[in-house]
Design a protein around this ligand. Sequence first.
Ligand code: AGP
Length: 610
Amino acid sequence: MCGIVGYIGDREARPILMDGLKRLEYRGYDSAGIAIIHKGRISITKQVGKIAALEEDLNGTHLPGTLGIAHTRWATHGEPNQTNAHPHTDGTGNIVLVHNGIIENYNALRKILGEKGHTFRTETDTETIAHLIEEFYRNGTTFEEAFRMALSEVDGTYGIALITKYEPDKIFCARKGSPLVVGIGEGENFIGSDASAIIAHTRNVFYLEDGEIAVISKDGFVTKTIENELVQKKIEKISFDLERIEKAGYPHFMLKEIYEQPHTVADAMRGRLIEEEGVAKLGGLTPILHNVLRSRKIFITACGTSYHAGLVGEYMLEQYCRVPVEVEYASEFRYRDPIIEDDNLVVVITQSGETADTLAALREAKRKGATVMGLVNVVGSTIARETHGGTYIHAGPEIGVASTKAFTSQVAALTLLTLMIARTKSMSAEDGRKIVKEMKDLPVKVEQALKTADLVQAIAEEFRDKRNFLYLGRGYNYPVALEGALKLKEISYIHAEGYPAAEMKHGPIALIDDDMPVVVIATQDSTYEKIVSNIEEVKARRGRVIAVVSEGDDKLDRLVDYTIPIPMTLDLLQPIISIIPLQLLAYHIAVMRGCDVDQPRNLAKSVTVE
Ligand code: AGP
């Protein structure tokens, strides 16, 4: 959840490290720090708060040096303060490192090291690693050996970058569970928790795998396993452009990403639809196609917004492929010992490709013999590399912590999967062509739904000070209600619940009075009449109803407080359009409440710890 950057070369390290940190700030932003080695002396500066606070601290200071590491933190052990901010050092101050992850056995290690005379200055698990390396090094090993031996004592997850006076012209890196990418330049090299930290400087990268270390100098690198076996690394080219991670004139990344959706939905389908045959083809599944098509049960596992997309996937896969589907929170799936047969397919859905619970669920499913496919956004991410096969959703970098375009691209990709499987079963070419045609019309319809922005902003003005919201939907729109509630919760800090509309009278209806806004997704699908009755139940308790309705449907105008008309499409595709006004509602309410929309409190973009 933290962000790590490193640079070694001939250029001044400070501006490169600070720029890299800013690009990683969405990963964690409660404190930050930088360490640069120059003429054998390591200068460390760290500050609580955002990168801007560290930058302010550095203003006017001279921090020369062409080799350094930096870190932006999402605290797990030790509260966010200057002392606990990274980098951390050993007792001598000669070993300095930054870390992303959790050291689970740090207390036990601290006890052992304490008995050997080590004193600890912080509450962090990370500091333990520095002292552990110090301990091995002072027992006469080479520094690299000390580094590897220390890591073999550590339980937990880590992405580490380290500099030391003992090897002043190298950066030592290691990875286990937390991502680390190395960028190869001309006479300089870069390290980042993800490619966005280094793309401004190079497109040539390699990814460290679990259990690997890298010793980076300015003209080269050596990669090994912790057990000292040399590892050859494949240099890959980063595909996305720098401007894809800029705001492009929008006030927030979240709003930019909401407005990117007509394009990103199109990109998710590009080259994957064969209209005349009414089929979809997903090249990334070729290695496992037989197992995917013949799977007798499908599990979908994910977290947060990706889980909500999975719920939409369940509805369509069962409706069109007649295969039983179970959708599970990855954090439950990984520990509940699910019954998995070897003819089962497990679909892991993740935007970042680094979510720890989802990664563990993937590994559990593989251990139990399932075929595991990924629906992933970040190219080259850990989950993408560990599945048996998968599909990239091509939504481009998603910087805003609140996921928006990834959701609509995940649902589009799930529809492609459904179409691909269903056309090998009972779905006719004609029905397939109908779905393909509607999919091709989606970008225009999403564009149309974005035109409700002014209306939604006016509604947001009315409800910006409410303390609670209820979101209701039926069928394919039920997961949309959950997702709409999640968006409002995570960026405006208003308590909101999503519910199947019919479930309301089994409890939540007790919450309804004239102070309770109720957002209802009431598009004209097979359950329309039922949802109208649910709205009447809310109105009977004087609830304030904001209804998302189908364009041209004025039946609800007199019944509800506000209607937001959106284009119609097939039920299975409707979530891609219905979610748009709900994303905008959450965004405008959060902006009006002065919340930090792109970096909401207590959250981070990819949750790499469990
Ligand atoms: C959604 O807006 C949140 N950022 C969060 O719930 C997110 O969806 C969840 O952490 C899963 O992330 P992933 O898709 O990258 O695995």
